[in-house]
Design a protein around this ligand. Structure first.
Ligand code: DGJ
Length: 736
């Protein structure tokens, strides 16, 4: 009798659970931007799925029915569109989350608990979705921050360990996305030193295509965490659906693009799990970096404009502010300078008309003077032979000459030939039992160690405290991490697999301290060129150095590629002596970003100097449009012998258009056709004037003719570039 009752009770409980599940209403969570929607929905088992990624629907209630329109075959396929795929249960596809629980169990399952949406401003919403393992006390919160008008989503994850002891995060992605459509093209950006950011587009086929870095520091040297995903065909500039994104993390990253057996696409992006298992103490949370992406239904041009506008308004330090044009001495002197040489260069900077003089590498080290790149890094005291009167004297002299003063540092690094290395081998990332391996004769300091963080902060703080008028810092980072091992972590019994992650967190902590004390001084993010440029570091830096390759034709391509993701105000472009192009070509190309010079100005011939002086004045007159206006890529250097880019101001009353002939082929020596100028107002009338003319040159452009915006956008203008006029800058101004 007793047992019969228990059976009945058990039956009722089971029936209740089953009915409860069957009758549970799916929860539908739309994450909407102005034009697009990412929609998540629960099933009867309270699992959370991505059911839609596409155009925003007019009625939010319509999203609830979307999932019923898909009937992919059963089997493994059911798990493909999980909102955050955990491993160790019935999921066999690439996981976003892989955890070893406190009791050693490797399985995790995530069920929906709740969601909340806040309207932070009229343009910004933040949605948080809570998931929980029904067996283990583990919470996973998915965050989606949306900038509605810019169609930008920032997505990250927070994992909280509520178990009784440490859990190990073996893989902990920032985001797990899913796309139902059928055919996908991925553009990734690969490269090497001097060849950074080279786009490669490929059709994705079943299986996983990964883009990743294991370099630790200088993580973006060989590839970047940026991508363009195009749906149903290769990416186009002005049409088609594209997703353009970046993992904002300055260390090892991994983005997996997996085409499933249904030909759908899963994207799992985050910190590279390579040697990075992370122990999470009981009660602690881990916040992943962000995946930032924008969706456009009008091609890459619109996507870039959305991302650039978002970056300027909401992300980059002083993104809507001003920048300083400069003269840098790196290529003018390399390590060979002294006070008289430098003070003479201040006068050159003034005579050119730039705002600031930037002193590069080589100013420090006494026991081991920094006279080339194999000594001195780490010893941040002025070299008494080169600079007997210290930096303070240079700041003062620069001011007297009428320019501001900036300085180069590489604070995360050390040369084995340095006093710092002699004193603090324990601060250096190295395998104590193995031979050292150097990258540019140097090693990386261990930023997981708080003492090293203090040291790095102290370098910057010391410079500013002694020289309050210091106006600019170039922060370099020239080595990758070899022989990853931290004495600090070992001493503190923290797993070595924390090093790659804690290094980056340590770097951010130092930068946060710097920015708390010095909120607005301009700082250039440099990593030997191209090794670092991401939207986490750009919270602290005003600009970055895209590449040491300043050959201007190469630069047209490089700047074009960076512009998919970054606004011109962040992109430092210096005129140097690289290449065979005339000074006009070099200055015009550099004027498409934040302009600087790295030449021996007093060796310029008279006309070249006059040209530079005038071009800097012109730049000062239109830099507001290049820095804060809207960019339109008009003619791709990859598809044409000419390249053309325009920048348009907000009320469309003024635009600057740059056009170059980059091909040297005999039969491709001129613009045969007009180039349509995007972004103007069809109803306005415009005049066109050629500027940045070399002394004595006569423009082929009729500056008296009046064009309608309609004409310029639909017919276009021929800037008449040819072998003799290989670079043309046009100022397009509204006529009232
Ligand atoms: C690499 C940078 O990219 C260069 O501009 C220069 O600053 C050197 N480092 C100095 O060592």
């Amino acid at each position: 009798m007793k047992s019969g009752n228990s059976i009945k009770i058990a039956f009722f409980i089971l029936a209740f659970l089953v009915i409860g599940r069957i009758s549970a209403q799916p929860v539908t969570i739309p994450i909407e931007t102005k034009d697009n929607a990412l929609v998540l929905q629960t099933d009867n088992d309270n699992r959370l799925w991505i059911v839609y990624f596409g155009d925003k629907l007019l009625n939010t209630t319509d999203y609830a029915a979307v999932s019923k329109q898909y009937s992919f075959p059963e089997g493994n396929s059911g798990i493909y569109n999980n909102a955050y795929t955990a491993s160790g249960t019935w999921n066999l596809s690439e996981p976003a989350l892989q955890i070893t629980h406190a009791d050693g169990n490797p399985s995790t399952e995530l069920k929906y608990v709740s969601f909340e949406k806040q309207n932070e401003t009229e343009n910004v919403t933040l949605t948080k979705i809570k998931l929980r393992d029904p067996v283990y006390k583990l919470d996973v919160d998915l965050y989606y921050k949306v900038w509605i008008n810019e169609n930008v989503i920032e997505q990250w994850t927070e994992i909280t360990n509520n178990e009784k002891a440490d859990v190990v995060l073996n893989k902990y992605a920032s985001a797990n996305l899913f796309f139902h459509t059928k055919s996908f093209y991925l553009t990734s950006f690969q490269g090497e030193y001097l060849k950074e950011m080279q786009p490669v587009e490929e059709k994705l086929t079943q299986g996983i295509k990964s883009i990743e870095s294991k370099l630790g520091t200088r993580a973006m040297l060989l590839g970047t965490p940026n991508f363009i995903l195009s749906v149903d065909g290769p990416a186009k500039e002005n049409s088609g659906q594209v997703v353009l994104g970046q993992l904002a993390w300055s260390g090892n990253y991994k983005l997996d693009f997996e085409i499933t057996s249904n030909k759908t696409l899963r994207l799992i992006a985050g910190i590279n799990p390579y040697e990075s298992a992370y122990s999470l103490a009981a009660g602690a949370s881990f916040k992943t970096p962000s995946l930032i992406y924008t969706v456009s239904n009008s091609g890459t041009g619109q996507a870039s404009r959305q991302l650039q506008s978002w970056a300027r308004k909401y992300r980059v330090l002083k993104g809507e502010g001003e920048r300083l044009t400069l003269l840098n001495n790196w290529e003018a002197t390399y390590f060979d300078f002294d006070e008289p040489k430098l003070t003479a260069l201040f006068n050159d900077a003034k005579s050119l008309g730039v705002d600031l003089f930037l002193l590069d590498d080589g100013w420090f080290g006494n026991k081991y003077p920094r006279n080339n790149d194999d000594a001195g890094l780490g010893d941040w005291q002025e070299n008494v032979k080169k600079l007997p009167h210290n930096i303070g004297y240079l700041v003062k002299e620069a001011k007297a000459a009428g320019v501001k003063f900036g300085i180069w540092i590489e604070p995360e690094m050390v040369n084995p030939k340095s006093e710092l290395y002699e004193k603090h081998q324990d601060w250096v990332i190295r395998q104590p039992e193995r031979p050292e391996k150097y990258y540019r004769n140097q090693l990386v300091l261990d930023l997981s160690n708080p003492e090293v963080q203090n040291f790095v902060f102290g370098i910057v703080d010391g410079l500013f405290t002694k020289n309050p008028e210091l106006a600019f810092i170039k922060w370099d980072c020239n080595a990758v991490i070899y022989n990853a091992y931290s004495e600090y972590l070992a001493k503190n019994k923290i797993p070595q697999t924390h090093l790659y992650v804690d290094y980056v967190k340590g770097l951010y902590a130092v930068l946060q301290r710097i920015r708390t004390k010095y909120p607005s001084v301009s700082m250039m993010l440099c990593s030997g060129g191209g090794g670092r440029a991401d939207y986490e570091l750009l919270k602290y830096f005003t600009e970055f150095w895209p590449s040491d390759d300043t050959e201007p034709v190469e630069r047209i391509f490089l700047q074009w590629n960076y512009s998919y993701f970054f606004p011109s105000i962040t992109t430092d472009c210096h005129v140097t002596d690289w290449g065979k192009q005339p000074i006009k070509f070099r200055v015009d190309v550099a004027s498409m970003g934040k302009l600087g010079f790295d030449i021996v100005a007093n060796k310029l011939n008279k006309d070249d100097l006059v040209f530079c002086q005038d071009a800097i004045k012109n730049y000062d007159s239109f830099k507001d449009i290049v820095w804060h206006g809207t960019q339109y890529r008009l003619a791709s250097p990859y598809e044409n012998p000419v390249a053309s880019i325009a920048y348009v101001n907000d009320d469309k009353s003024k635009a600057i258009m740059f056009t170059y002939l980059h091909s040297t082929r005999f039969m491709e020596n001129a613009t045969e056709r007009p180039i349509g100028v995007n972004g103007l107002d069809v109803t306005k009338k415009y005049k066109i004037k050629e500027i940045n003319l070399y002394p004595g040159a006569v423009s082929g452009i009729n500056s008296n003719q009046i064009y309608s915006g309609d004409f310029l956008m639909n017919v276009g203008i021929n800037p008449i570039v040819n072998a003799k006029r290989s670079s043309v800058v046009l100022e397009i101004t509204e006529v009232k």
